[in-house]
Design a protein around this ligand. Structure first.
Ligand code: ZN
Length: 130
C-alpha cells in the first residue's frame, strides 16, 4: 500500500515508538495532553509515510539520523560532552586562594612557585607557594 509513496523510515519508526510510549505513559499518569501528543505524532507518522514529497521526507530523516548520531557519539564519548563550561574542575592552571587579611577569594596561576600576591580588595601583600 506504500506503492509510490514515501513509506516508513528511521524517523517514522522513532516517532511511532515515542507515540506508543506516550500512550502507555498516559495510561499510568492519565494526562490527556500525552494522549493528544501521541495522536498528533501518529498522524504525522502516517502523513509522512503517504507523502509524495520524497526529498523533504528524506531531508527530515537525514536530520534525525544526524541528531541521533551526535547524541549517541556524545554518550559514548564520556560525560565530557555534556558538562557546562562553569562546572569544570579547578585544574585549568588556576587556583583559588583566600586573602589572609580580607578573606576575599583570589585566583592565582598554579606552578609559579613562591609568589607575592597583591590583593585587589584590601591592597595588602602576602606570599604564597603555588
Ligand atoms: Zn585582601
Amino acid at each position: 500500500m506504500f506503492n509510490g509513496r514515501y513509506g516508513m523510515d528511521e524517523l517514522g519508526r522513532f516517532m511511532l515508538i515515542v507515540s506508543a510510549a506516550l500512550m502507555v505513559l498516559n495510561i499510568f499518569v492519565g494526562i490527556r495532553a500525552l494522549w493528544v501528543a501521541a495522536v498528533i505524532l501518529l498522524i504525522l507518522v502516517y502523513s509522512r509515510a503517504f507523502s509524495r514529497f520524497y526529498d523533504k521526507r528524506r531531508a527530515e530523516n537525514m536530520k534525525y539520523l544526524e541528531m541521533k548520531s551526535k547524541f549517541t557519539s556524545g554518550k559514548t564519548g564520556g560525560a565530557g560532552g555534556f558538562s557546562k563550561p562553569g562546572s569544570k574542575p579547578k585544574n585549568d592552571g588556576k587556583r583559588v586562594l583566600i586573602c589572609p587579611y580580607c578573606k576575599e577569594k583570589l585566583r592565582v596561576p598554579v606552578g609559579a612557585g613562591k609568589i607575592k600576591i597583591n590583593c585587589p580588595h584590601c591592597h595588602n601583600q602576602f606570599e604564597e607557594t603555588v
